[in-house]
Design a protein around this ligand. Structure first.
Ligand code: AMP
Length: 282
């Protein structure tokens, strides 16, 4: 497995791979890999001849006062984990390589970035779409793999790919959770043992909401109230948002119908966690 860090090297490698008629699967990450990331790689391995994993903590998608500096980084640990699941190439550029002096071009997807994390993290999705656009240009991927953990991100990237006629298929992969239900996240390392225990309320409340929907509840407000009440009972939890929207169009809903996304962002101490569930009601 090779590790490349420059635009020139990845370009040359990709054109060589393409020249051999091989399909390319791409998994973009910010590193500090866990089983969620590795599941994306495993999916890519099933469907593509050559799998590229990128590791890049993208400063453009972090707001002022967010955790860009503290974000966990460990390339040698990541390299071993990536090798273990058969990644063919890691692309790990520096910030300077991706955003050299004079950089001034951005990709801005409008409507689907307005709510949820787009509302609580202004500018976040411009950072995401810009870097993913650059990475897709560099990797020339046939398929790119994203986790449903970031459900809004999947909707935003799919919209960008559709609107800009990008020649790549976006594959969404279900959320990978710990045995006790906590969604895997590189940010889980920030949690103290008590905060981690408290964070279990996220999956528990989503499950409770899902049970209510299975039991016939269709009122958006009622569903949100179920989640809100459970999370409020957890003293360490500070709610950023709880939203119920259509999926993947992300429009607010009063009544649940069709495919819906119940998404939440909650702080435990200095750690902001997101989680969600997609439900289908016909
Ligand atoms: P990140 O490194 O956090 O930017 O995540 C890179 C990719 O891995 C994104 O597409 C995420 O949605 C995905 N991912 C992160 N955590 C999980 C998880 N627990 N289950 C599935 N995919 C995940």
């Amino acid at each position: 497995m090779e590790i490349l860090t420059t635009i020139q090297d990845i370009r040359e490698k990709v054109s060589w791979i393409k020249g051999q008629g091989k399909s390319i699967g791409f998994v973009p990450t910010m590193g500090y890999l866990h089983e969620g990331h590795l599941t994306l790689v495993k999916e890519a391995k099933k469907e593509c001849d050559f799998v590229i994993l990128s590791i890049f903590v993208n400063p453009l998608q972090f707001g002022i006062g967010e955790d860009f500096e503290e974000y966990p980084r460990d390339l040698s640990r990541d390299t071993e984990l990536a090798k273990g699941v058969g990644v063919d190439l890691i692309f790990a550029p520096s910030v300077k390589e991706m955003y050299p002096k004079g950089f001034q071009s951005y990709v801005d997807v409008k409507k689907v970035t307005e709510g949820l994390c787009g509302a609580s993290r202004p500018g976040h999705f411009i950072g995401v779409t810009t870097v993913v656009n650059k990475l897709l240009n560099l990797t020339q991927a046939d398929k790119a793999y994203f986790g449903q953990k970031d459900a809004q991100q999947v909707a935003v990237i799919s919209t960008m790919v559709r609107d800009l006629n990008m020649n790549v298929e976006i594959i969404a992969v279900p959320i990978v959770r710990e045995g006790d239900g906590l969604a895997l996240s590189s940010r889980n390392v920030y949690l103290s043992p008590t905060e981690r225990r408290a964070a279990l309320v996220l999956n528990r409340s989503l499950q409770r909401a899902s049970d209510a929907v299975s039991g016939g509840q269709r009122e958006g407000k009622q569903i949100i109230e179920i989640v809100n009440k459970l999370i409020q009972e957890e003293p360490l939890a500070v709610i950023d948002y709880i939203e119920l929207v259509s999926y993947p169009s992300l429009e607010p809903l009063d009544l649940i119908e069709g495919q819906v996304l119940l998404a939440l962002a909650v702080r435990f101490g200095k750690t902001r966690l997101i989680d969600n569930i997609i439900m289908e009601v016909r």
